[in-house]
Design a binder for this molecule. Structure first.
Ligand code: NAD
Length: 344
């Protein structure tokens, strides 16, 4: 029992080492499989929309869930204005705990892990929804999440070409540089329209705390799959409402997406399909070649739970963690006070 107070902690440094040790694309493929496996057992999870604390410049959120055996939560922020100060828009850390005792079993950085799991979820959804044989993706917004998105689609969906656009050409240049030599044809574009030429999949992953219009209705042709990642909190969207009215909309957890996703632009009873139901076969995914499908991604706690469990399962023998003395665990459970005195 004594060692239960030592909680394995995966730092940013060790997460980078772990991801490079396993291989970025392999991690994406594995994460998509873990997340899909958890979506298949969706009803047994304890679910709640994330708990958000909003300010004028951003949001800080807690994302809890449990499968009855393991409990997990993520702390995550979203601050589009951070980038101008040299800070990340999104940072995160998370924890897993044993439901039987309530003791934590893992604490981990999740800024990198969030980028990985968000990309893996996007590609997993696309596998169910995008037109067959889709090989070209427009990637609008070339910030911190962008390369992860491109590589997940390559590894999981067989993407061969990615067409980049960002209002800031420096972001596009950075993204193109990072993706060079990774087996994708990378085309840097000067407009969003140009980026969409020949694309069967359109991913929007921009950051702006407003009702932005990254795509207007006339830009979206029949048959495309939209993966809208950047609209993920109240007052922050990316797509014109008319696109939503034309698309079949797929979501993670409707109670959360109706508040945070593109869906906030539509009436609360607008029909949506839950992605887990497509995966279990309870509901159809794409039903025709000219249908516009939209994955209105906001990020749900189960994806973080799956990602943390995956990381925990990969740690043994790597040494890529530290043991944190995080939980007070006196030999006599009732003598917490005595333990403090004996530390003198
Ligand atoms: P970032 O700040 O690093 O990058 C955002 C990029 O968007 C910047 O390069 C910016 O120049 C560009 N941009 C802003 N407005 C644009 C416009 N009108 N047209 C084209 N480009 C534009 O942010 P990030 O970490 O890459 O995150 C991107 C978005 O994804 C954020 O809104 C974040 O909240 C969201 N996100 C969603 C999930 C999810 O699960 N759905 C997970 C993580 C992040």
């Amino acid at each position: 029992m004594m060692t239960l107070n030592l909680v394995p902690f995966v730092s940013v440094h060790n997460m980078m080492k772990l991801v490079l040790h396993l291989g970025i694309e392999r991690v994406m493929v594995d994460l998509a499989a873990e997340i899909e496996a958890d979506f298949r057992r969706w009803p047994l999870f304890d679910k709640t929309p994330r708990v958000a604390s909003h300010s004028d410049v951003g949001v800080i959120e807690l994302m809890p869930t449990s499968d009855g055996e393991t409990y997990g939560f993520k702390y995550v922020n979203g601050h589009p204005s951070n980038m101008k100060q040299g800070l990340q828009t999104v940072t995160a850390f998370g924890l897993l705990a044993d439901v039987a005792t309530g003791y934590p079993v893992l604490l981990s950085e999740m800024t990198i892990l969030t980028a990985l799991r968000t990309a893996a979820t996007s590609a997993m959804a696309s596998n169910w929804l995008a037109p067959k044989g889709a090989s070209t993706m427009a990637l609008i917004g070339n910030g911190a999440q962008s390369e992860f998105q491109a590589l997940a689609f390559k590894a999981i969906c067989g993407l061969t070409e990615v067409r980049l656009y960002d209002i800031d050409p420096a972001a596009t240049a950075k993204c193109a540089r990072n993706l060079a030599g990774r087996g994708l044809t990378v085309v840097s574009c000067k407009t969003a329209e140009d980026a969409m030429l020949g694309a069967q999949i359109i991913t929007t992953v921009t950051a702006d705390k407003q009702y932005a219009t990254i795509l207007t209705d006339n830009m979206v042709g029949a048959g495309v799959h939209l993966n809208a990642v950047g609209g993920d909190c109240p007052g922050k969207t990316e797509l014109h409402r008319d696109i939503l009215l034309r698309a079949t909309i797929f979501v993670e957890y409707p109670e959360q997406t109706r508040v945070e996703g593109e869906l906030q632009q539509l009436p609360p009873d607008h029909p949506v399909t839950e992605l887990w139901q497509v995966i279990t076969g309870a509901m159809p995914g794409r039903v025709s070649a000219d249908q516009v499908t939209l994955f209105d991604s906001v990020g749900f706690a189960i994806e973080d739970f799956s990602a943390l469990r995956y990381v925990r399962g990969k740690l043994a023998g790597t040494g890529l963690y530290d043991n944190l003395d995080m939980i007070a665990d006196p030999d006599d459970p009732r003598d917490l006070f005595g333990m403090v005195l004996r530390a003198k």
